[in-house]
Design a protein around this ligand. Structure first.
Ligand SMILES: Nc1nc2c(ncn2[C@@H]2O[C@H](COP(=O)(O)OP(=O)(O)OP(=O)(O)O)[C@@H](O)[C@H]2O)c(=O)[nH]1
Length: 204
């Protein structure tokens, strides 16, 4: 995918702030520090458009990035950050759940998991929400460069088992460091856009 334009649009804290142009949206969910910003930067070939930080938990809003005037990446707040209060955590949970339940342009959620670690309780909850709302999902196991290639499949199996994932769920191996998985993930996103457009046309 050739990137001609990539732009940060808004950090939205309320639904009224979400874009209204109905471009397809791809959301990224995952625990704090899993590498969501780095993944967005790698996908759009910009070093630093999405903020990456070694200080986890900074992202507390829905951050919208528009690519090629064609689609949005929506970066969810990283969950599981210890310093967030219980009330804040509940507010984030509600915001995300409302978004997943109501957001018409949402085409798919990318569930980002660190390939080295078992999914957390929050990852498992997110997975269940996505299934509950019948939202297409792709599991992206990132930081693949941090373990030897010989261990990738073993870790993916462990991750799918912990999530109690459907055997048909797609898993994309990714590394923001090396670019592994970038082309494959773009293919997944673009074909999802085509598929949903065809369905819309067919149902009209
Ligand atoms: N080796 C390696 N490091 C990575 C990779 N992806 C992210 N990192 C590092 O992991 C740390 C966290 O990455 P971020 O992209 O800021 O993570 P985030 O999920 O956006 O974090 P929050 O803002 O807390 O939600 C940074 O130090 C990144 O450089 C990867 O694929 N490989």
């Amino acid at each position: 995918m050739k990137i001609t334009e990539a732009e940060f649009i808004i950090s939205a804290v309320r639904p009224e702030q979400y874009p209204e142009d109905a471009l397809p949206e791809f959301a990224l969910a995952g625990r704090s520090n899993v590498g969501k910003s780095s993944l967005i930067n790698r996908m759009i070939q910009r070093k630093n458009l999405a903020r990456t930080s070694s200080q986890p938990g900074k992202t507390q809003q829905l951050n919208y990035y528009r690519v090629n005037q064609k689609l949005y990446f929506v970066d969810f707040p990283g969950y599981g950050y210890a310093k967030v209060s219980k009330v804040q955590r509940e507010q984030f949970g509600q915001m995300i759940e409302t978004f997943l339940g109501d957001r018409e342009p949402l085409k798919m959620v990318l569930l980002i998991i660190d390939i080295r670690h078992a999914p957390s309780k929050d990852d498992c909850l997110m997975y269940k929400w996505l299934r509950h709302y019948n939202i297409p999902l792709t599991i992206v196991t990132t930081k693949a460069d941090k373990i030897p290639k010989s261990q990738w499949q073993k870790h993916i199996k462990m991750i799918k088992e912990t999530l109690e994932a459907d055997p048909h769920d797609r898993v994309v191996l990714f590394s923001s460091e090396t670019g592994l998985g970038r082309d494959e993930l773009w293919e997944v996103l673009l074909s999802q856009m085509e598929e949903t457009t065809e369905n819309t046309v067919a149902s009209e």
